[in-house]
Each structure stands twice: as C-alpha cells, then as structure tokens.
Design a binder for this molecule. Sequence first.
Ligand SMILES: [Zn+2]
Length: 203
Amino acid sequence: MITPGLDIAAYCQQHRVKFVRKDRSCMMRFFGWMFGLFGFDFMRTAWTTIGRTVYFPISGPRREWIAILPSIRPTIEHELIHVEQYRKLWHMHSLLYVIGFPLPFLFAWYRWRSEREAYLHQIRHYGYSVTAVVDTLWYTYGWCWPRSRMLRWFYQMSEFRKMSTTSSSDPGLEPSLTDFVTEEPAFGAPTPPPDPPPSQRVS
Ligand SMILES: [Zn+2]
C-alpha cells in the first residue's frame, strides 16, 4: 500500500520499479510526437507509468534516484499507485487504461477509476485542489468522466467537501499544469503529474 510514510526506495527495489527519462524511450518519444500534434507537451509535462516503469518528463530531474527526492514525493506516490494497480491486474490494467472502458472518452470508467485513486491520495495527503485535479482529469485524460460526477466523487471522498463551491479557483490550493512539472535542476515543485492523456496514458 502506498502511504506518505512509505520507504519509496525500498519499495522500488522490492518491486523492481524503474525510473526512465522520457527522451530515453522510443515509445515515449513516439507518444510525445503524437500528443504534440494536439498541442500537448507530453515530454515535458507528463509523468507516465507503464507496468513497473515510471517515465519522468525531460523537464524533471535527470537521475534515477529521483524516487527518494522529497520534493517530488506526491508525484512519485501517484505513480506508484499505478504500479500497484498493475501488480493486481498485470497487463489487463494497461489495456483497460488505454481503451478507457467501456468508452475511450467521457465514460472511460477504468481510466477514471485508476486516476481517481491516485489523485485522491494527493488530495488527502498533500492538499491538492479538487477542482484543479478535476480540470486536469478533464482536459488531459481524454474527458474521462463527466466533470460534475468527478467533482462530486472527490468531494465526497475527500475532506474538502466544504470547498465544493466549484470553479477552478480554490484559494491557495490551485496547482496549475505548470505545478505538475518538476523543473531542473531544482528538483523543485511538488508535482502532481498529469500523466498522459488517453491514448498514451497507459499508466
Ligand atoms: Zn496517474
């Protein structure tokens, strides 16, 4: 189970989790080209987990020991939740994620289910904004689920119910997409990664 107290380095060693920079993967470069056609900077802004491999953006740290960096811990935990999902369903997880199931868009239940678990973790433990997360899920995960339903679910499941006043402008808790990027060399900002959208988004 992924928790804020988890020894990430030990977990990664035990479960053979690898970290790979996106530009070192042909598959990621292909996805980058594809998403670039739609104006999405997949290589610089999105973290992507496929199986036990976490691909980190080229704007992020260069080293593989990023797993132990506290500044990107929320992002790493998000990605490790996808590793846990993979460990339960193996390649079925990746397949269902890509196709969304039952539909690729709007009612992509499996993609929504997979991401909501990871983002709820960030909302609960790291104070991410519900509305910002829903915006991210809506715009960069292939409109995976109706926005009103996503908002309702997160507010019900999180402790931010009181903020359920909509709008993407919850004070102080509003990470934009740029917050999802870890800038080099500062290994900076806490980063909820919008991992890649639908097709790519193989998690
Ligand atoms: Zn994710």
